[in-house]
Design a protein. Sequence first.
Length: 238
Amino acid sequence: MALDGIHAAVSALRVTEKRVSQTSHNLANASTPGFVPSRVEQAELAGGGVAVTGTSPLPSGPVVPAERPLDLALDGGGFFALDDGQGGRLYTRAGNFSLNAEGQLVDPQGRAVLPAVNVPADAASLHITPQGQVQALAEDGAVLAEGQIETAVFGNPGGLEAVGGNAFRATQASGPAVYAAPGAQGHGQIVSGALQASGTDLVKSMVDLIIDQRTFEANTKSVQTYDEMLGTVLDIKA
């Protein structure tokens, strides 16, 4: 009985540790544009105890006005595609973009948006429609260059792998990316001059963190109690 109790309490400790880590990560990104928080999912084990079964994304944050014209938000589903610099693609909801020295639209880590958007050096302004059509304009309004931003959707976005820098990589669990112009079915439209705020709910996250910390402490005491019981039993048998 004591061994079963220790097993159940230790498994609960491991799950609670993951929950605390995830909630802390959510709180650390409370001001990160486009950040989509996640929660840890758990299930009971047939032999007793619990185990982590994965993570699920929580609702995205609201779209809020921004001062920069190259700040882009997705009002709906989908991700911006980025060049990972190694021939692969990453995906992000964060649209705080800028232009690099080559006139490419890039994220804060310098990863280029795909398909590539190239803006001539003499362009006076950049116009981006809700459907992702890009026009680089001269001072007189003449069109110097055009491009098209596409977005990606996944059958299971919760299966994407976080790789840092507010970006994700596709996995077998997420399924392959399906590309289309913003505004297509399942793809949110682009809002220029806006950003998606972090989806972290500060109050709820703080409450969850306190509850999980108390749960961790309670399970720690349970392990100590069962350990003492087991020691007592062994002393009696000896």
